[in-house]
Each structure stands twice: as C-alpha cells, then as structure tokens.
Design a protein around this ligand. Structure first.
Ligand code: ASP
Length: 291
C-alpha cells in the first residue's frame, strides 16, 4: 500500500499583500478537503476533483466563481482532469454557464468517446449528464466588482494526488487570463500543458502565462524528467527554468512523483500552494524559496 500524498496550487503571479491570507487559506482548505477524501479511501481522481471544486467555489481564485471577465464582459472557463492509470482524460474549454468545470471534465473523462469538448457543446453535455447550468451571475467574484484585473495571468488552480493504491491524478481549472479575447484558450485544458498524470512517472499541474506555457508542454516535460530519475523538486525547478530560458515565460508548477514526493517551483513573485507532509500536516504558503 502506498502512502497517499496531495498538493494544490492557487496560481503563480504577484499576490497583493492584502490578498495573501485569502490565497493561503483557500489553498489550505482545498488541501484539507482533498486529503479527507484520500483518507476516506477514495481515489486520487476523487481527491483532485474535490480539491479543485473547493477552489472553484472560492472567489479568491480565477476558476469557477471568481473567474475573470473576457473582453466581451463574459466568463469563459477551461479545465482538465487526468487519470494516471490508463491516461484517460477529460477537458473543457470556453464554457460559460458551468458552476464546476472540473466536474464536467470528469464526466467527459468517464466517456470513452470524448476527451475534450468546448463551448456550447460542452454546456449541452453538462445538461445531458445532469450537471445544471448556472446563471453567469453566479460565477461573479471579487474580480468583477470594481472592474479590477491584474496585468498578468493570475490565479488558476490545480491539484495533484497519489492514493493508497498508488494511482496518480491531476486536475486544473481556470477562468483564463484577465480581459482575454473571447474564445481565447490558454495552456490549462491542454493535455501535457496545464496537466499530465501517468502512474509510470508522476503527475503535474501548471499555471502562468498560457501562451508561453503551451509552447513547452510543461506538465508532460515534468513527468518525463521524473521518469528519467530526476528528483521531484529538481524536476519542477528544471521545467520553470526551461520555461524562462526557452520562451521567456513566467509561471509555476506543482507535481508528485510515484512515491508522493512533492515538487513545486515558480519564477513569479508568488505562487499560493498547500501540500500534505508524510506526517499528515498541511504546509501552505505564497512563495517557494529555492534553498
Ligand atoms: N495558465 C492560465 C491561462 O493562460 C492562466 C493562469 O495560470 O493563471 O489561461
């Protein structure tokens, strides 16, 4: 039996000092929820979905409730969930009226005939599988009250888990970049970019400027480094260094290897995160030092 492990992030960017506590508390709560699911004996897939649903509900983060507006004044969300056992995945992009995009992605993962569904088709599928569509007003959060938006991609969320059976899973969810072009999709729902999970290597979730991230396929790169024997922390750091060296990108990455060792790195001033130590304690913060 494997010792379970879990890590979540709440985006890599500059966190204004007055929001710092909310980011850390939100990540802590998501980790606590995901960990409770794992402790109850459920799967890594259940745990990452549960953790990301907490972050989608929290308007602090740019996912589900609290997603940024695009240039048309609408919310369009992207999400992906991946199962490390047989590499099944489910992804959605540009969905507008789905309260929990990660749960719609999970329903897609469960279907053999679909991997990635966008826009209206995804919303129709949500209705077909019994996930009620919400009023777009339900998705409004702190970001939409004063018209304030950060100048950079900000607070996408993600979770990576390893369960007692040794199975890995990952989930990533986002409202995308603030003030984005309608229909714009970043790295987050793209397999290997915003997320990747493979029981043979590890699982990773990325955040940051999607146009740069998707060029280097960072989550798959992280898993390949783990498969080659790179330790978890070194693998996360190598991907973020490569992101900047190769395409001048900024962002962050969280990962777990097959034994549940944690890796996390970012080259932005902050990245909110929380993970569970082998002793079952929650460690949460808003920046990771390289020492
Ligand atoms: N990567 C996301 C995107 O480009 C943004 C973020 O991570 O905050 O849509």
């Amino acid at each position: 039996m494997t010792h379970p492990s879990l890590i979540v992030h709440g985006g890599a960017w500059f966190i204004p000092p007055d929001l710092r506590t909310a980011y850390i508390a939100g990540c802590r709560e998501a980790a606590r929820e995901g960990w409770a699911v794992l402790q109850a004996g459920a799967s890594a897939l259940d745990a990452v979905e549960a953790a990301v649903r907490v972050l989608e509900d929290d308007p602090t983060f740019d996912a589900g409730r609290g997603s940024y507006f695009n240039q048309a004044g609408a919310v369009e969300m992207d999400a992906i969930i991946m199962d490390g056992r047989a590499l099944n995945l489910g992804a959605v992009a540009a969905v507008q009226r789905v309260r929990h995009p990660i749960s719609l992605a999970r329903r897609i993962l469960m279907r053999a005939d679909l991997n990635f569904v966008v826009g209206r088709g995804a919303e129709a599928l949500a209705q077909e599988v019994g996930l009620p569509l919400c009023d777009p007003a339900e998705l409004l959060g702190k970001h939409d009250t004063g018209g304030w938006a950060p100048p950079l991609p900000a607070d996408t969320v993600g979770a990576v888990a390893l369960d007692a059976r040794g199975d890995l899973a990952v989930a990533t969810s986002t409202g995308g970049t603030p003030d984005k072009w309608p229909g714009r999709v970043g790295d987050s729902p793209l397999v290997g970019c915003g997320a990747y999970a493979d029981n043979h290597s590890g699982a990773a979730s990325a955040t940051g400027s999607g146009e740069m991230l998707m060029r280097i396929v960072p989550s798959k790169m992280a898993c390949d480094l783990l498969a080659a024997g790179t330790p978890a922390m070194a693998a996360a750091r190598a991907v973020i260094r490569y992101l900047h060296a190769r395409v001048g990108g900024y962002g962050g990455l969280i990962l777990l290897d097959r034994e549940g060792h944690v890796g996390l790195a970012h080259n932005t001033p902050n990245m909110s995160y929380a993970y569970i130590t082998p002793e079952g304690e929650i460690v949460a913060g808003a920046e990771v030092s390289e020492t």
